[in-house]
Ligand binder design. Structure first.
Ligand code: SAM
Length: 188
């Protein structure tokens, strides 16, 4: 139930975040912390020639993502793996685009995890982060008390972590009314 509700509950912010992407036809995409797999499906719709790797450390998320994207999994276009973003079983420079929707709140570091994202991105590749909480809304702080392991980082903190992890160019965009945050970071 929880992973299904993530698919519907995060759809608005995820689509808003994807609108920030100006990557032309990536060949290989990784969606990290894929949850219920809805965003993996949307990314494959948006980039019809791309192959997609979805990764999550939760077994339930992995099962749900594989079910939601069954046709693409059966055709070999989509793979779903259980694993931790801070230590991924991928070759270096494997992906043109890496996405993270509503998940970096939970990532180890986050510098450690961002270094790992930078490693698996090709040179010139893009990392997209989309968060429903931009770290500027006092009312959102309650979530950190309610959800185990959650830290809401603001754009300044995330920018510093991305630069420390080796990303060259970081772009930030916020919906100030909704306190939504979308960021892209490019590997030089
Ligand atoms: C709030 S959900 C968001 C799911 C999905 N991206 C979405 O937008 O609906 C966060 C997801 O990140 C995953 N996650 C958290 N920490 C992770 C880590 N270190 N490695 C891999 N997945 C992680 C969780 O298992 C969960 O599925």
């Amino acid at each position: 139930m929880l992973v299904s509700s993530m698919n519907s509950g995060h759809a608005g912010v995820a689509d808003w975040g994807m609108g920030f992407l100006n990557v032309s036809m990536p060949a290989a995409i990784a969606d990290l912390g894929c949850g219920g797999g809805r965003n993996a499906a949307k990314l494959m719709e948006r980039y019809p020639t791309a192959k997609l790797m979805a990764l999550d450390h939760s077994e339930i998320s992995v099962e749900k993502t594989a079910r939601v994207n069954q046709t693409a999994v059966q055709s070999g276009r989509c793979s779903v793996l259980q694993g931790d973003v801070s230590d991924m079983p991928f070759e270096s420079e494997a992906f043109d685009l890496v996405t993270a929707f509503e998940t970096v709140y939970f990532w180890p570091g986050p510098e450690k995890s961002f270094r790992e994202v930078c490693r698996v991105l090709k040179k010139g590749g893009t990392f997209l982060i989309v968060n429903e909480s931009d770290g500027e809304n006092k009312a959102d702080e309650k979530w950190m008390g309610m959800i185990d392991g959650m830290t809401i980082h603001d754009a300044k903190r995330l920018t510093a972590a991305l630069k420390q992890a080796g990303f060259a160019e970081v772009n930030v965009h916020r919906d100030e009314k909704k306190h939504w945050l979308r960021m892209t970071a490019k590997k030089a």
